[in-house]
Design a protein around this ligand. Structure first.
Ligand code: SF4
Ligand code: SF4
Length: 265
């Protein structure tokens, strides 16, 4: 049971702002797990008591690349380092620290763990078991084989995994018109890629195409398609296998035209 103090807005202060004041009443909320996420303040006293260097604002001084503090092997991340922030920022810090702590090399990890059976890990995605007590299944999602993280962390669904006939793995395309460049996908990509800049991009208008430097494509009449690749802009009839466009890209574009028409303007 969580016991809460009931608050109400008090009188305006000198700046006109009304702060919450305790009414003296309490309310109880049934709960079996409580996760506090209320924007904690940085606990400077804890750091100084343990010999960590702090800056003028009382925040632990860290190496921005590794998040290691002035005390060797002590790492400070997220709200504990910067003050109240977002979950994404905390995870980004944690990734840096974890890589340093474990000397984690993503490429080696993938090499060791990649699964020839692409469909098996793909089928597990979105199927999350919550019956942990009675479950002895290995719940590894096989992310060394299927990543697609950028499709899941985008709040706007602007990265899409496209199944291309004849290709073993789904291919990621970026949809320019749905992206507000929040950078989330870049933060979470385990390969330090920026999918919203680096992934082959579907454009919705000539103007959007012209205003971007992303490699990508714009649908014109029928199968006629404007493509920017390696800095060059050319037009192709992608229904023609001999049109001269790099064939895997031509097939990717055709797959979008054939099976993902909802992505088109
Ligand atoms: S940068 Fe664009 S594609 Fe990436 S997560 Fe944000 S909105 Fe989505
Ligand atoms: S771009 Fe990055 S996040 Fe997206 S699928 Fe590739 S490795 Fe994963």
């Amino acid at each position: 049971m969580l016991t809460c103090h009931v608050m109400e807005l008090g009188e305006p202060d000198a700046s006109g702002r009304r702060s919450p004041v305790d009414t003296g009443k309490v309310a109880e909320v049934a709960a079996d797990t409580v996760i506090t996420a209320v924007g904690e303040k940085v606990d400077t006293a804890l750091y100084t008591a343990n010999g960590l260097e702090v800056d003028k604002r009382g925040k632990a001084v860290v190496n921005g690349e590794t998040m290691e503090s002035s005390v060797k092997n002590v790492f400070v991340i997220g709200d504990g380092q910067k003050g109240p922030g977002t979950v994404v920022e905390a995870i980004a810090d944690a990734t840096k620290a974890a890589r340093t702590i474990q000397d984690f090399d993503v490429d080696t990890y993938v090499e060791k763990n990649v699964n020839d059976d692409y469909q098996a890990p793909l089928a597990k995605r979105g199927d999350v078991c919550t019956d942990c007590k009675n479950c002895d299944e290995i719940r590894c999602l096989g992310c060394a084989t299927v990543c697609e993280t950028c499709t899941e962390v985008c709040p706007n669904r602007a990265n899409v995994a496209v199944a291309v006939p004849g290709m073993r793995m789904r291919q990621i395309i970026h949809v320019d018109g749905m992206c507000n460049e929040c950078g989330n996908c870049g933060t979470f990509c385990p390969y330090d890629s920026r999918p919203y800049k680096d992934k082959f991009t579907l454009f919705w208008s000539e103007e959007d195409f012209a205003n971007s430097e992303n490699e990508g494509f714009l649908k014109l009449e029928g199968a006629k398609t404007r493509v920017r690749l390696a800095g060059e802009v050319k037009e192709y009839d992608v229904s023609d296998a001999g049109c001269g466009l790099y064939d895997p890209l031509r097939r990717l574009i055709c797959a979008v035209y054939d099976s993902y028409t909802y992505l088109l303007p």
